[in-house]
Design a protein around this ligand. Structure first.
Ligand SMILES: Cc1ncc(COP(=O)(O)O)c(C=O)c1O
Length: 390
């Protein structure tokens, strides 16, 4: 490997949520931080160099995004996802949650219903509720160790008031990379019910072969017209703190409405370093990403084997995507509060307890293995001791 993912970097006292926010948000002390979805690896050298170069100019006034920004996205989508897009389809967003929030507020009306597939990243339902829309839950199923879509339930939830699907593609938590036939069925149902789709594809680049990410909007022109995709290089290249993301839609009317929502509070201005990072990542970051994927895959396999051999009461839902692992802890027979306390106070591993991801999350935890393998091993040893002491 040309990049060192084994290096243990002290992130304490850098004001990072994952390490320095543990006490504040989880009441966790002296825990291994394996919750918030960022990684404990350095960002790729190409990004650091691009930021340093810009920093040396020493003037950080308002900036514009030039063709390089848009072209780097167009080329990345073509190269990594076989998706041919036009730069006119792209707009900026300060974050992916910000992007889908703006889209919900500007493309739907208060009182409209939106479908989400739980358990899911919690801002999905929080945003819908806080913008005065209604949440319709289409709970995922666990089938042969994979989270899958319950299409019968989905169909039964459709009505004229259901205006939109907020899709997580790939899915967090559980790491399902939706397959073409799954996406096509969803597309068909959404078209038949005249629904729009927001596809959150923030995890698109952290997909393990042989799985392959398929942008929902790329399925066909008809569904592309109904879809707005929200994406970012932020998870992939560990630059979430630079608050730079983007949306893509071929539907000019939808883009216009989105841009109106973006421009009113002047959120379109963005962040100079975020722009530099995105361009560097998409122009030069591929070798680093390929090595990252191999490293993460190894961490996941290590955890899976460790559970099977040493803590068989816990079962990994082997992910097709993401470094956020969904672990079935139902055999421990603990409620949500007990599970949380068990991992944080007894095992001293800061995790996300499953019920925070909504219906279907009870009895599960989400653990982040975007860190050196030695940390994963330490966490597993601590969990094993805690389980043996029950
Ligand atoms: C599915 C999904 N969407 C969005 C985000 C957050 O994106 P942002 O920080 O750009 O709002 C996350 C972070 O974990 C996520 O998993």
């Amino acid at each position: 490997m040309s990049f060192d993912f084994d290096e243990i970097i002290d992130r304490q006292n850098t004001d990072c949520v994952k390490h320095d926010g543990m006490k504040l948000f989880l009441n966790a002390e002296e825990c291994l931080p394996m919750w918030v979805a960022d990684m404990d690896f350095k960002s790729p050298p190409c990004i650091v160099d691009a930021i340093k170069k810009r920093l040396e100019h020493e003037i950080f006034g308002y900036t514009i995004r030039t063709d390089r920004f848009f072209n780097s996205i167009v080329n990345w989508m073509q190269k990594r996802h076989d998706w041919e897009i036009k730069k006119e389809w792209i707009s900026f967003s300060p974050g992916v949650v910000a992007g889908f929030s703006i889209a919900i507020e500007n493309l739907t009306e208060p009182g409209d219903s939106l479908i989400i597939q739980s358990p899911v990243y919690f801002p999905f339902f929080q945003t819908i509720i806080s913008t005065g829309r209604k949440v319709i839950y289409n709970q995922l199923k666990l089938e042969n160790g994979r989270m899958t879509i319950d299409f019968d339930d989905f169909k039964s939830k459709l009505s004229p008031n259901v205006k939109m699907l907020l899709l997580c593609n790939p899915h967090n938590p559980g790491g399902s990379v939706w397959k073409r036939n799954e996406l096509e069925q969803l597309a068909e149902l959404c078209l038949a019910n005249n629904m729009m789709v927001i596809s959150d594809e923030i995890h698109a680049d952290i997909v393990f072969s042989p799985s392959k990410h398929i942008p929902f909007a790329s399925l066909n022109k008809e569904i592309g017209e109904k879809t707005i995709t929200v994406m970012s290089h932020s998870k992939t290249f560990n630059v979430a703190g630079l608050t730079t993301s983007f949306v893509i839609t071929q539907n000019a009317e939808m883009l216009k409405k989105f841009n109106k929502g973006l421009h009113i509070p002047h959120l379109h201005m963005g962040n100079i370093f975020g722009t530099e990072a995105l361009i560097a990542a998409y122009e030069q970051g591929e070798p680093w990403l390929n090595e990252l994927l191999a490293y993460l895959k190894n961490n996941i396999a290590f955890l899976d084997n460790y559970l099977k051999n040493e803590i068989p009461i816990l079962k990994l839902i082997v992910p097709e995507s993401t470094y956020l692992l969904w672990i079935d802890c139902r055999a421990l027979k603990m409620n949500s509060k007990e599970l949380n306390e068990f991992f944080i106070q007894k095992a001293k591993v800061a995790i996300n307890e499953g019920s925070m991801f909504g219906t279907g999350g009870e009895g599960f935890i989400r653990i982040n293995v975007g860190c050196p393998k030695a940390i994963v091993e330490k966490a597993l040893n601590q969990i094993k001791i805690a389980v043996n002491n029950i």
